[in-house]
Design a protein around this ligand. Structure first.
Ligand code: CTP
Ligand code: MG
Length: 380
């Protein structure tokens, strides 16, 4: 089964307002679309991820993707169905597709599981929720009540045999469609239902951001972890600090690249997760980590948190040294760390202090780093 995820994120987000299209706005510490990308990236049965964005949104899209495994970023159209079509064309080798709105950020693995299970016997399947409110026609004066029995609210991702959806798009002539399943039903093909998820509500209006954050918050508890590390300064070594290489008379000695800031950060993340420390995951006795770049330790810890459905809210790193001066390098370190973690730079802090020439850091014998990570994890 080759299954491509197509994430449509080419809208303007007009109803949501805001300074950038809603799919790139910050939600729970990262651009909204990044949540969906990460959800598919973490699912073992998704073989390909196609991201569809609007013309002119490419730079925001690349920032939102960061280091996540997106196979193609393609340009969508003025209507949602044109955007889906662009994604379908980019997913030529896939047997099945899951079409998903970037505006539905909290996609749980169990919803993907249900859809994929349905595809074993069905050509198309959608997540649905029952309508529980009273329904009536009319905006100003309410008219007659609409019978809600048998009405369903339809969410995304929507799962299809790719060839079926391509056929449905070709045949569709009824103007703008709000989803893809209606195009498939127009061909007379049955669309199966699986249980939807309240976490998948679409973010449409300005107030939906706060509601989405609150829905997430209700399921999650905050945890913090701290990390501390020291490396010796030595001649003839490169100086890697906070994920960047700094021109300096000495560098840090250690088994890996000895990036003391990233080591402290990795321990802070693992501490918040409650999953050992950097030595547990990357034993210094293992030759494969000799000279290794430490960003992979941070990325691994972040990946473990995401795999446990956790969110990284904030990290704060303090470097303790007399030299080099950290201030000029702070913006580059923040950018590098934010990219490793897949979170916004506004959620990354880098600070520095000296020890007034006291102790080993004061004498310039080594550099120390402390880090604290704040994450949110599902309630056990
Ligand atoms: N979408 C798209 N291409 C379009 C229109 C919408 O890829 N031409 C995507 C949106 O980015 C969103 C999803 O389809 O992820 C659902 O659409 P909607 O919630 O209507 O988002 P927008 O069209 O961006 O919002 P609005 O209608 O308020 O402008
Ligand atoms: Mg729209």
């Amino acid at each position: 089964m080759t299954i491509a995820a197509i994430i449509v994120a080419a809208g303007k987000g007009e109803r949501a307002g805001g300074s950038c299209p809603k799919q790139f706005a910050n939600l729970a510490g990262r651009p909204m679309v990044t949540h969906s990308i990460a959800a598919f990236a973490d699912h073992p049965q998704i073989s390909q991820i196609i991201l569809v964005v609007g013309a002119g949104q490419e730079a925001m899209a690349r920032d939102a993707v960061g280091s996540l495994p997106v196979d193609a970023i393609v340009i969508g159209g003025a209507e949602r169905q044109e955007s889906v079509h662009a994604g379908l064309m980019a997913a030529k080798d896939a047997q099945f597709v899951l079409v998903h709105d970037a505006a539905r950020p909290f996609l749980a693995a169990h919803v993907i599981d249900r859809l994929i299970a349905a595809l074993e016997t069905e050509e198309a399947a959608v997540p649905v929720l029952p309508v529980v409110d009273t329904l009536a026609r009319g905006t100003e004066a309410l008219g007659p009540v609409v019978d809600r029995s048998g009405l369903m609210r339809i969410q995304t991702p929507q799962a299809f045999c790719r060839s079926t959806l391509v056929k449905a798009h070709k045949a569709w002539g009824a103007g703008p469609a709000t989803d893809d399943a209606q195009m498939v039903r127009a061909l007379g093909i049955c669309v199966a239902q699986v249980a939807g998820d309240k976490m998948l509500e679409k973010v449409t209006l300005p107030e939906d951001f706060a509601e989405a954050e609150a829905r997430l918050a209700a399921r999650l508890v905050t945890r913090t972890g701290m990390g501390f590390d020291v490396h010796r300064l030595a001649d003839g070594e490169d100086l890697w600090l906070g994920g960047i290489k700094i021109d300096h008379s000495q560098g840090l000695a250690g088994h890996s690249d000895a990036d003391v800031a990233l080591h402290a950060l990795t321990d802070a993340l693992l501490g918040a997760l409650g999953d050992g420390d950097i030595g547990t995951h990357f034993p210094p006795s293992d030759p494969q980590w000799r000279g290794a770049r430490s960003d992979q330790f941070v990325r691994h810890a972040a990946q473990l948190i995401r795999a446990a459905s956790g969110h990284i809210d904030h990290v704060d790193v303090t470097l303790i040294c007399e030299a080099p001066k950290i201030g000029p390098h702070r913006p580059a370190m923040r950018t590098a760390i934010a990219a490793m973690l897949g979170i916004s730079e506004t959620c990354v802090s880098v600070k520095a202090t000296t020890t007034e020439r006291l102790g080993f850091t004061g004498r310039g014998e080594g550099i120390a780093a402390q880090a604290i990570a704040t994450i949110r994890m599902p309630v056990e």
